[in-house]
Design a protein around this ligand. Structure first.
Ligand SMILES: C[S@@+](CC[C@H](N)C(=O)[O-])C[C@H]1O[C@@H](n2cnc3c(N)ncnc32)[C@H](O)[C@@H]1O
Length: 215
């Protein structure tokens, strides 16, 4: 099993090489009323789709991601030790970030700690069999794939709701777009050269929701 090495400061171009036209932020954003803690906030995609007036705090470990994030306030910290008191937030999100950790359960428990009773939690990840048209052998197993994500969140929260996706949502139209997609997703570069245009990818993954029960 691999922990995806966070390379946001050592190779900022890898992450910024591609951005999906539609993403889970567009599902989660409208559900949030705040105050929300966006853990592993990156460049601020979630904050950019929040409704007006929703109180938001972004937290990330990467200087380059924080520099690229136009939203405020921002906190530089490790998601394993959140610098907030118990029950400070109504919502906590872990979007596309828990596969960077050896022990995602500890980080989910830490997120639960800073949620108030009745507060809502969100995490997401892709499945190993996502993108079969360009990676038929599947992605290597990580510490937080869609296959295990609901069970991992359940270890900290008890009950969870798993909303899975499995479909084609957009096409990669140009060779350069496929190259950028491969770089962004750690797919061997040569796959971009042999792929047929346009490339419609089957995306598979899960959004996990949980509620902090009182106590
Ligand atoms: C794939 S990006 C996702 C960013 C954002 N959530 C989004 O959906 O666009 C993962 C983010 O997690 C951050 N990250 C990785 N390990 C972290 C850690 N231990 N503590 C805090 N942030 C971390 C990275 O710096 C990066 O910004």
């Amino acid at each position: 099993m691999r922990t995806l090495e966070p390379d946001y400061d050592s190779d900022p171009g890898r992450w910024s090489s591609y951005q999906t036209p539609t993403d889970v932020h567009h599902v989660v954003g409208p559900e949030l009323a705040g105050p929300v803690l966006d853990v592993g906030c990156g460049e601020g995609r979630l904050a950019s789709v929040l409704r007006d007036g929703v109180a938001w705090v972004g937290l990330d470990a990467s200087w380059s991601q924080l520099r690229a994030n136009p939203h405020r306030p921002l906190v530089r910290a490790d998601m394993g030790a959140l610098p907030f008191v118990d029950g400070a937030f109504a919502e906590v999100t872990h979007l596309w970030c828990l596969y960077h950790l050896d022990d995602p359960v500890a980080a989910v428990a830490e997120a639960r700690r800073v949620l108030r009773a009745g507060g809502r939690y969100y995490a997401c990840s892709a499945a190993r069999d996502s993108d079969p048209e360009i990676l038929p052998e599947g992605y290597p197993r990580s510490t937080f794939d869609a296959e295990e994500a609901p069970g991992i969140v359940a270890e900290a929260f008890g009950e969870v709701e798993a909303e899975r996706w499995d479909g084609r949502f957009y096409a990669l139209e140009t060779r350069d777009e496929i190259r950028a997609y491969c770089r962004h997703n750690f797919i061997p570069a040569e796959r971009a050269e042999s792929a047929e245009l346009p490339l419609e990818l089957t995306k598979r993954g899960v959004l996990v929701r949980a509620i902090r029960a009182p106590g």
